[in-house]
Design a protein around this ligand. Structure first.
Ligand SMILES: Cc1cc2nc3c(=O)[nH]c(=O)nc-3n(C[C@H](O)[C@H](O)[C@H](O)COP(=O)(O)OP(=O)(O)OC[C@H]3O[C@@H](n4cnc5c(N)ncnc54)[C@H](O)[C@@H]3O)c2cc1C
Length: 319
C-alpha cells in the first residue's frame, strides 16, 4: 500500500489550489500529508486557458501549468499524492479522535486530521460547445475573465444574485452586457435589480434561453430563444458568462459535517474549523462568495495552520 497502516496526522481531500496550498504548509510543518486528487487532478483551473489574476505571474499563466507547478511544489516537500477519490468518510466527534477515510475498493485510511478541499462544480446550461469553449469565450467568472472582454459585447446567463453581480461588474468593463434570464422575473435581491435596471449598457432578455453557441474555434455569438414570442435571435458577443450557480462537492460529507442550505461546509468565522474536531475545510467547498484561486490557496494555508495548532493541543495526549 502507498501509505503506512498507522494513524496519519494529515489527510487532504482535493488537489485544487486549496489542497496543494494546504499540503505545502502541512508538509513543511512535518505533518507528512497524504493528498487525494479526486477525479479532477489540479481542480477547476485545469479546465481554463489563461489565469491572469493569480499573484506572481505578470504575464498571466496557463491554468494547467499553474496547477502542475503547485503539484511539483507539494511533491518537493514530500507530500504523498494519490490519484484516487474518497468515497466515504466517518468523522469522529471526539477531540483528538481518529477519522476514517474510505477509498475505492473499501480501502480505509485513518487520520487525526483531515483537510477538506473538494471544491465546487459550476452548473452548465447544457448546450453544445459549452464545455469545449471554456477559456475560448465561455466563462464562469467575471472577475477572472471580464478583463479579456474590455470594450466588447458579452452576455450573462442567469437571474439570481450571482448573475446580476456578474452583469454589474462586466458593465463597468464591457461595451454592452446582455443578461439572459429564463424566467420573466429576477430571483436576485431588489437592490441588485435596481442597480442593473439603471445601467444603460445592460440589456435584459426575460423568458429567454441560450440555445446555441455560434463559432467554430471559439465563441463568436449565441442564439437565444424567447419562450413567449417563440422566436429566436442571434447575438454577436465575445464572452458568455454562465452564472446559474455552483454545486459544492460535499456529497460525501452530508451526514458528517454541518452544511449550509446550499450544501457548502460551514466553518467558524475567519477560520477553517468545521463542526467536527480535527476536520478543516478550505477553498470553494466552504466559500459561496469569493470562489477564486487565490482565496482558495489562502484558506488552504489557513487550514494547515489550524490543523497544526489542533494537533499540537491533542497530539501529546494521544501518542
Ligand atoms: C473555467 C474556470 C475558470 C476559472 N478561472 C479563474 C481565474 O482566472 N482566476 C481565479 O482566481 N479563479 C478562477 N476560477 C475559479 C477557481 O478555479 C476556483 O476558485 C478554485 O479552483 C477553487 O479551488 P479549490 O482548491 O477550492 O477547488 P477545485 O479547484 O474545485 O478543486 C477541487 C479538487 O477536489 C477534488 N475532489 C472532489 N471530490 C473529491 C473526492 N471525493 N475525493 C478526492 N478528491 C476530490 C477534485 O478532483 C479537485 O482536485 C475559474 C473556475 C473555472 C471553472
Amino acid at each position: 500500500m502507498f501509505f503506512k497502516k498507522e494513524t496519519q496526522n494529515c489527510v487532504i481531500i482535493g488537489s485544487g489550489p486549496a489542497g496543494y496550498s494546504a499540503a505545502i504548509y502541512a508538509a513543511r510543518a512535518n505533518m507528512n500529508p497524504i493528498l487525494f486528487t479526486g477525479v479532477q487532478p489540479g481542480g477547476q483551473l485545469t479546465t481554463t486557458t489563461d489565469v491572469d489574476n493569480y499573484l506572481g505571474f505578470p504575464e498571466g499563466v496557463n491554468g494547467n501549468d499553474l496547477m502542475n507547478n503547485c503539484k511539483k511544489q507539494a511533491e518537493r516537500f514530500n507530500t504523498k499524492i494519490i490519484n484516487q477519490s474518497v468515497n466515504h468518510v466517518v468523522l469522529s466527534n471526539i477531540k483528538g479522535g481518529t477519522h476514517r477515510i474510505f477509498l475505492d475498493g473499501k480501502k480505509c485510511i485513518e487520520s487525526r486530521g483531515v483537510i477538506v478541499a473538494t471544491g465546487s462544480t459550476p452548473k452548465f446550461v447544457g448546450i453544445n460547445k459549452e464545455k469545449k469553449f471554456i477559456g475560448l469565450g465561455v466563462s464562469f467568472c467575471a472577475t477572472c475573465d471580464g478583463f479579456f472582454h474590455k470594450e466588447k459585447n458579452v452576455a450573462v446567463v442567469g437571474g439570481g444574485d450571482t448573475a446580476l453581480e456578474e452583469a454589474n461588474y462586466l458593465a463597468k468593463i464591457c461595451k454592452k452586457v446582455y443578461l439572459i434570464v429564463r424566467k420573466n422575473y429576477f430571483k436576485a435581491s431588489k437592490i441588485l435589480q435596481y442597480r442593473i435596471l439603471r445601467k444603460k449598457n445592460i440589456k435584459v432578455f426575460f423568458c429567454s434561453n441560450v440555445t446555441e453557441i455560434i463559432g467554430d474555434n471559439f465563441l463568436e455569438g449565441i442564439k437565444i430563444f424567447n419562450q413567449k414570442t417563440e422566436t429566436s435571435k442571434n447575438i454577436l458577443i465575445s464572452g458568455l458568462f454562465i452564472a446559474i450557480g455552483h454545486v459544492p462537492n460535499t456529497e460525501i460529507f452530508k451526514n458528517e459535517l454541518d452544511l449550509d442550505e446550499k450544501g457548502y461546509i460551514v466553518v467558524q468565522k475567519g477560520k477553517t474549523i468545521t463542526s467536527k474536531p480535527g476536520v478543516f475545510a478550505a477553498g470553494d467547498v466552504q466559500d459561496p462568495d469569493y470562489r477564486q484561486a487565490i482565496t482558495s490557496a489562502g484558506t488552504g494555508c489557513m487550514a494547515a495552520l489550524d490543523l497544526e495548532k489542533y494537533l499540537s493541543l491533542y497530539l501529546e495526549s494521544i501518542t
